[in-house]
Ligand binder design. Sequence first.
Ligand code: HEC
Ligand code: HEC
Ligand code: HEC
Ligand code: HEC
Ligand code: HEC
Length: 187
Amino acid sequence: MKENDRASSGRSGWGFLFFLAGFAGALAFGWLVFPELLYSEKSQPVNFSHALPDHQGSGCEDCHAFREDGSFTGIPRVAKCMECHESPLTESPDEKRLVEEYIQKEKEIPWLVHAYQPDNVHFAHAPHKARGMECTQCHRDVSKETKTPVFRENRLTGYSRSTMKMDQCEKCHAEQGASNNCEICHK
Ligand code: HEC
Ligand code: HEC
Ligand code: HEC
Ligand code: HEC
Ligand code: HEC
């Protein structure tokens, strides 16, 4: 009788271990694997190195300018690249693609933008620029990037993984005395 008891408690001990292993596996799937499956990885149509001395212009605003009315021009058009890349300067396959696929065909480059917010969010650079903010307060530091990082797109929503989240916008707004009324950011 005693022997039997010991044997069955031994078996349920193993059962518990299997349960734990399964449980840990499910957690790992939910936490680690599933979020990865949710994103597809894309790379830029043409690599652009901010770090090249030839790509620094007279500063960031040489390519990312603000218009008279304060609005932001965003990413430069292909005409900017054409100023120097009318024909290839290097052996780089990216530059070959730039020249043949975009400059010669007069097509704009469909850049992937890590920062783009969902359509229901309103954002403008102007009021932030007026407060003298650095680009790196909201963006990754691109200045030493020789290769743009992989773009991770949410398969369900189509949005970039690296957009600024609502709590980050609100945290700074609270700290700097800017409004956190919903209508400020959601029109
Ligand atoms: C010669 C033109 C040029 C200059 C000068 C330049 N950029 Fe860019 N920038 C680009 C192009 C083209 C892209 C799109 C490709 C990419 O993401 O790298 C870009 C993308 C970016 C992005 C990424 C936006 C996103 O969310 O994906 C940031 C941030 C940025 N630039 C900041 C800067 C800063 C800060 C400087 C100055 C240190 C600067 N740029 C100077 C051409 C330029
Ligand atoms: C002021 C001139 C100038 C402008 C404007 C310019 N480039 Fe360049 N770019 C160069 C020079 C010079 C080189 C090659 C020399 C070097 O490697 O420093 C180069 C190299 C490259 C290369 C090859 C190196 C690599 O990283 O693979 C690519 C691709 C490239 N540029 C893309 C672009 C794109 C896209 C734009 C427009 C957003 C652009 N360039 C605008 C001058 C320029
Ligand atoms: C207060 C935060 C903040 C600051 C400061 C800021 N950005 Fe942005 N930037 C954003 C957000 C948010 C977006 C996405 C906007 C959208 O979804 O339309 C963006 C978009 C961009 C883009 C994408 C292209 C486009 O059409 O708008 C570029 C390039 C860019 N920013 C460059 C810069 C540069 C260069 C600076 C510094 C002069 C800067 N940003 C300062 C938050 C910021
Ligand atoms: C690093 C600090 C900081 C971050 C991050 C930031 N903001 Fe702001 N924002 C400000 C400040 C400060 C003002 C107030 C400017 C003023 O009124 O002079 C402002 C103003 C604004 C305005 C204009 C308000 C008006 O009265 O017209 C909008 C819209 C806005 N922010 C949206 C956003 C969104 C969306 C994000 C996140 C994607 C964001 N901001 C992230 C600091 C920030
Ligand atoms: C300072 C800017 C800002 C303010 C103020 C703000 N939001 Fe947002 N909100 C965002 C941004 C940016 C996103 C998209 C990124 C994200 O999902 O976090 C967002 C996303 C959302 C979403 C989509 C669901 C989600 O969480 O992804 C809802 C719902 C929402 N906001 C409701 C509100 C309500 C309600 C208020 C007022 C109490 C508010 N927001 C105020 C910036 C703001």
